[in-house]
Design a binder for this molecule. Structure first.
Ligand code: ADP
Length: 452
């Protein structure tokens, strides 16, 4: 069913289609000039159709044939501007403004100072500047001057039988009309300044947005590439460490055979060299295992599941049972721990690494005491594993998270330096952060966050 709403939508669409230009970018001033023009045409037609009825009535009573003709001409032009599809937008604007000029001039003649003629001229000038720009604005000021001059001459010679001719003396007319010309000239001068500013702002904003989009695209490309390279690197580390295991096993077993078969025939130095070689191979085996371990993080392929962290801590205490008993360590869980969606086995490793480090790096003269804390930070949980151990010098606080980075020799404290690197990789993979605060000889606090 054709409703009034449907007609209105079709009408708006049609006028907008004719009075705007799809090829103009919506960031340019012309785009907004066209929009303003289309909106003016859309709303002016129904309003003028309403006002034409009293207008025609007045024309009928007062016998103003000229006004009638101009009304009809104006309406025909405005309707053609709105609906005829063969014109360019600029032509429509010129025709539209021309029609308005015609009406206002005729109104001026017929109704003189009682009518809105002079005000119309000013309004049209403003509209010309808004819809067509500065140059046409100056043409409008010229037209205003011409119209006012013609009326002035008509008044002077008392020619014709119009309201405006009888309503003014030349002096008053010059005073009134020069005000109009002055005001329209000021509008034509001022409005483009505002528009130029707007245009510059629009262009600048647009350029900034384009730059930003470009940078964002580049950044995401770089991140993609980086991720790809990282994966390649991890794959490479995984295969290398995997492939290295076999020759290393061979070196070890042949060294063992060498010692077994020829050990007695070799002198002490040769036996010591064999021992060094086996020891080196053992350490290398450990490092390779750790490297494999590191590159395996995230390969489990399991899904994150809601995990009760109290149960995680129970598992960790069980796994570290021997170490805890050996060092008579105390482990205090200061808060009930929350449930968080994580990869369970990986989070067990995180707690295990941090707590076992807290026990391992205890002061020679004291028993290790570890506190596990959890803080609710609205968007995420922040966990703390605090110990009363040897502490870490400030300058080393960041580097301890690097792979194989140790601050102590293996004879002082056993280990390969992979634990914190793995811990960091796991926390990164969970989208969290890991950091440490520490004071030498007082203890360390390792913090990590997990999204809720
Ligand atoms: P590893 O324990 O095998 O040495 P990690 O990666 O776990 O490897 O730790 C790296 C280094 O960080 C350790 O060698 C040690 O110097 C330092 N470190 C880690 N945790 C602590 C801690 N709780 N207290 C003091 N130093 C620590």
């Amino acid at each position: 069913m054709i409703t009034l709403k449907k007609i209105w939508i079709w009408y708006k669409h049609k006028v907008t289609e004719n009075c705007t230009d799809d090829l103009v970018a919506n960031t340019s001033l012309v785009y907004w000039q066209n929009k303003l023009f289309a909106a003016s045409v859309i709303y002016l037609i129904p309003i003028s159709l309403i006002t034409i009825i009293p207008g025609l009535y007045m024309v009928y009573i007062e016998d103003l044939a000229g006004l009638f003709v101009s009304d009809i001409v104006t309406i025909t032009i405005v309707l053609s501007v709105a609906f005829y599809s063969g014109w360019e937008v600029k032509t429509r604007k010129i025709l539209f403004n021309g029609a308005l000029y015609l009406t206002s001039t005729v109104l001026l003649f017929y109704l003189g100072s009682f009518g809105p003629g002079l005000l119309y001229l000013l309004a049209i000038t403003v509209f010309v500047v808004l819809s067509l720009g500065k140059v046409y604005g100056y043409i409008a000021v010229g037209l205003n001057t011409l119209i006012c001059a013609i009326i002035g001459i008509l008044i002077y010679y008392d020619y014709g039988n119009f309201e405006v001719i009888h309503g003014y003396g030349v002096d008053t007319w010059i005073a009134v009309s020069s005000n109009l010309i002055f005001l329209s000239a000021v509008s034509v001068y001022i409005i483009p300044i505002l528009f130029d500013g707007l245009q510059t702002a629009i262009i600048r904003e647009n350029n900034l947005r384009t730059d930003l989009e470009l940078e964002e695209a580049q950044l995401s490309q770089t991140v993609d590439k980086l991720n790809e390279k990282n994966q390649e690197l991890e794959q490479f580390a995984y295969s290398i460490s995997h492939d290295l295991k076999e020759p290393l096993r061979m070196v070890k077993s042949f060294m063992g055979l060498l010692q077994k078969k020829y050990g007695k025939k070799l002198d002490e130095k040769a036996n010591q060299y064999i021992h060094f070689a086996v020891d080196g191979a053992d350490r290398m085996q450990l490092l390779i295992d750790d490297l494999l371990d590191y590159s395996r993080v995230g390969r489990s392929g399991t899904e994150k599941v809601p995990v009760d962290f109290n149960s995680v801590l129970e598992d960790v205490e069980q796994n570290l049972g021997a170490l805890i008993t050996q060092h008579e360590a105390e482990i205090h869980i200061d808060h009930t721990l929350p449930e968080v969606s994580v990869f369970r086995q990986e989070i067990i490793r995180v707690f295990q690494n941090l707590i076992s480090n807290g026990i391992k790096f205890h002061k020679p003269d004291g028993k290790p005491v570890i506190h596990v804390n959890c803080f609710d930070k609205q968007t995420h949980w922040q966990f703390e594993i605090r110990d009363n151990g040897i502490g870490i010098p400030e300058e080393n606080l960041n580097e301890i998270f690097e792979i194989f980075r140790r601050l102590h020799s293996g004879s002082e404290y056993p280990g390969t330096g992979i634990g914190l690197a793995i811990t960091k990789k796991i926390i990164d993979r969970h989208g969290g952060k890991l950091w440490v605060e520490s004071e030498v000889d007082v203890g360390s606090s390792f913090f990590f966050t997990l999204k809720k």
